[in-house]
Design a binder for this molecule. Structure first.
Ligand SMILES: Nc1ncnc2c1ncn2[C@@H]1O[C@H](COP(=O)(O)OP(=O)(O)OP(=O)(O)O)[C@@H](O)[C@H]1O
Length: 273
C-alpha cells in the first residue's frame, strides 16, 4: 500500500492550467524526488498536498485511503518543510522546534519534551536555549527538519530543503539526512532543482513536464549506489544524472530542447520510462 498516491491530479489558476494528469506513488520508506523546470508546477503540487490549494481534478490517497480534498493541513498525514527555515526570531530554538506540535494543539510543555528528545540524535544538543540568529544556516535547516518530523506524520514533503545552503553545508546536510533517514525510514517526497542531490538522496527521481504534461519520466536509483564518500566515485552516479538531464530537457518543451526552437524535438510524453 502506497504511503502517497496521486491519481490524475490537475490544478489551474483561472484559465491557466498548471498541472494535468499527474499520477505517481511513494511507497512506505521510499524517498522520491520531483524535478522539473521552473514554473512546471512543483510548488503547486506541494500546495495541493498540504491543503493550501484544491486540485481541479484527481485523487490523493494515503495508505489506500482517499484524502478528503477539504481536509485542513493539520489533519493530513503529511508534514511539510518549506525551503526557507521560517524560524521565529523571538523564540528559542527548542520552542521553534515544537511549534508545529503546538499549532496541532499539543501543550507547550509536551511539545518541548517531544522536540527536545530529538536534539541529541539530530546533532543539535546545546542549541536548545539559543535564538535562530545565533545558529548557522545549516543548523537552522536541521531545526526546521526536526520541527517537521517531530509532528509524527508518516509522509514528509520537503521543498528544496538545502537550496539556500553553500555547497559544503549542503553536502554535510545530505549525509546527515541520509543517516537519520536510515534510522527512521520516513516516506519522503523531495522537491529539488539539484539533479545530483536528487540522485544522491532518492530511490526514484520523477521528472515533471512543463506545460501541464504530467510526469514525463522517472529514473530509479539502485540501493547499492553508495551515498556517502563513494557517491562521486561511482560511475553510475554521473550516468544517472545524465539521463535525468536528458529527460528534463525533453520535458521542458521544444524551446528549451537542445534541438532548438521549432524543431520536432522529442516531447516529454513520448519518452519511454
Ligand atoms: N497563486 C498563483 N496565481 C496564479 N498563478 C500561479 C500562482 N502560483 C503559481 N502560479 C503559476 O503556476 C505555474 C507553476 O508555478 P510553481 O511555483 O508551482 O512552479 P515551480 O515548478 O515550483 O517553479 P520553481 O521551480 O520556479 O519554484 C507558474 O506558471 C506560476 O506562474
Amino acid at each position: 500500500m502506497s504511503a502517497l498516491s496521486l491519481r490524475g491530479i490537475g490544478a489551474a489558476f483561472g484559465e491557466h492550467v498548471v498541472l494535468a494528469d499527474v499520477s505517481f506513488d511513494v511507497a512506505p520508506g521510499e524517498i522520491v524526488s520531483l524535478v522539473g523546470a521552473s514554473g512546471s508546477g512543483k510548488s503547486t503540487l506541494l500546495a495541493l498536498l498540504t491543503g493550501a490549494l484544491r486540485p481541479s481534478a484527481g485523487e490523493i490517497h494515503h495508505g489506500g485511503v482517499l484524502l478528503d480534498p477539504a481536509a485542513p493541513g493539520r489533519e493530513r498525514p503529511f508534514a511539510y518543510m518549506p525551503q526557507r527555515d521560517v524560524l521565529l526570531p523571538w523564540r528559542r530554538i527548542l520552542d521553534n522546534a515544537g511549534i508545529g506540535l503546538e499549532v496541532a494543539g499539543v501543550p507547550r510543555r509536551e511539545a518541548r519534551e517531544r522536540a527536545g528528545a530529538l536534539f541529541g540524535p539530530f546533532g543539535l544538543a546545546g542549541t536548545e536555549h539559543r535564538y535562530p540568529r545565533q545558529l548557522s544556516g545549516g543548523m537552522r535547516q536541521r531545526v526546521s527538519f526536526l520541527r517537521t518530523v517531530v509532528q509524527g506524520k508518516p509522509v514528509l514533503l520537503l521543498d528544496e530543503p538545502f537550496g539556500a545552503l553553500d555547497a559544503i553545508t549542503r553536502d554535510e546536510l545530505q549525509r546527515w539526512l541520509l543517516d537519520i533517514w536510515e534510522a527512521h525510514g520516513w516516506s519522503v517526497l523531495l522537491i529539488t532543482h539539484d539533479i545530483r542531490e536528487a540522485v544522491r538522496l532518492s530511490d526514484r527521481v520523477l521528472v515533471l513536464a512543463s506545460d501541464a504534461g504530467g510526469i514525463a519520466g522517472e529514473v530509479g536509483v539502485p540501493r547499492s549506489l553508495p551515498r556517502g564518500d563513494g557517491f562521486l566515485l561511482d560511475p553510475r552516479a554521473p550516468q544517472l544524472e545524465a539521463r535525468l538531464h536528458g529527460l528534463l530537457r525533453a520535458a521542458s518543451g521544444p524551446e528549451r530542447d537542445s534541438a532548438g526552437p521549432g524543431s520536432a524535438g522529442p516531447r516529454a510524453q513520448s519518452l519511454v520510462r
